[in-house]
Design a protein around this ligand. Structure first.
Ligand SMILES: Nc1ncnc2c1ncn2[C@@H]1O[C@H](COP(=O)(O)OP(=O)(O)OP(=O)(O)O)[C@@H](O)[C@H]1O
Ligand SMILES: [Mg+2]
Length: 238
């Protein structure tokens, strides 16, 4: 299938700091692609540029062949490109249901079937639909953040470290959901520090170091690569 996202020589700077120094990669329709890298490597900056939350200093972002570089975030969301941000960013004083409805803020049609779809992925959210978002557990808040993005019917779902700060059993649940979302036909671009889980779920992966891509391959290839093992998987040898 064709490329849904093409990133060409993307550069992001904050003042004098070069966070992303010329990154190029592709996501094809139907894939799960992951970007892995250490703290400060430029992963979130890459996603924020794609989402229109920061203006790139250089390079191009094509979504379904259309140049969306520098467009504002609402325009980008309206094209079907949704992000689950780092740190979830749910609205703590709004209920679960209200948070979910916000995910569909650009639509004015009936949301019943979309809510059903989200509650099917996350039955816990249905039980807690009247609870304030801020009173949910960390794992439940992550479910809500993913559910909210799904309410926008993404063509490409981008997730920034969905496993951060969650217990291993909850992390496993989140990755199972990523798998299901993928199997149900959504293309996923995933950022993770949990390289082990991310590489298991990914069709293809890129390693980012200091704002540059230093390695790419299938999830399996990177899982078996000695330098990836040493730097990101906490294991060497086999
Ligand atoms: N708003 C900002 N102002 C100034 N510098 C920033 C800003 N946001 C990010 N940076 C810097 O840009 C670099 C890349 O940050 P980024 O958040 O993209 O990294 P990351 O790979 O997502 O890291 P982490 O895994 O810790 O989330 C870092 O050196 C960071 O300090
Ligand atoms: Mg980050």
């Amino acid at each position: 299938m064709g490329e849904i996202l093409q990133i060409r020589d993307l550069k992001v700077s904050y003042g004098g700091i070069d966070a992303v120094r010329g990154i190029s990669f592709d996501v094809r329709e139907g894939e799960v692609v992951t970007l892995i890298g250490a703290n400060g490597a430029g992963k979130s900056s890459t996603l924020r540029a794609i989402s229109g939350l920061v203006k790139p200093r250089g390079g191009n972002i094509l979504f379904n062949g259309e140049d969306i570089t520098g467009k504002d975030s609402t325009q980008i969301v309206s094209k079907g490109l949704m992000m689950v941000p780092e740190g979830r960013k749910i609205f703590p004083n709004l209920t679960v249901l209200e948070n979910l409805r916000i995910g569909a803020y650009l639509r004015n049609d009936d949301l019943t079937s979309d809510l059903e779809m989200v509650f099917n992925y996350f039955p816990r959210l249905k039980e807690r639909s009247w609870q304030a978002g801020g009173t949910l557990s960390g794992g439940e808040q992550q479910m809500l953040a993913v559910g909210r993005a799904l309410m926008g019917r993404p063509k490409l779902l981008m997730m920034d470290e969905p496993s951060l700060g969650l217990a291993p059993i909850v992390v496993q649940g989140i990755f199972e959901i990523i798998n299901r979302i993928h199997q149900d036909g959504t293309t996923v671009l995933l950022i993770e520090q949990n390289a082990n889980m991310a590489l298991h779920v990914a069709d293809r992966a890129y390693v980012i170091e200091n704002g540059r891509i230093t390695m790419e391959g299938s999830g399996r290839e990177l899982l078996e690569d000695e330098s990836v093992k040493a730097a990101y998987l906490g294991t060497t040898g086999s």
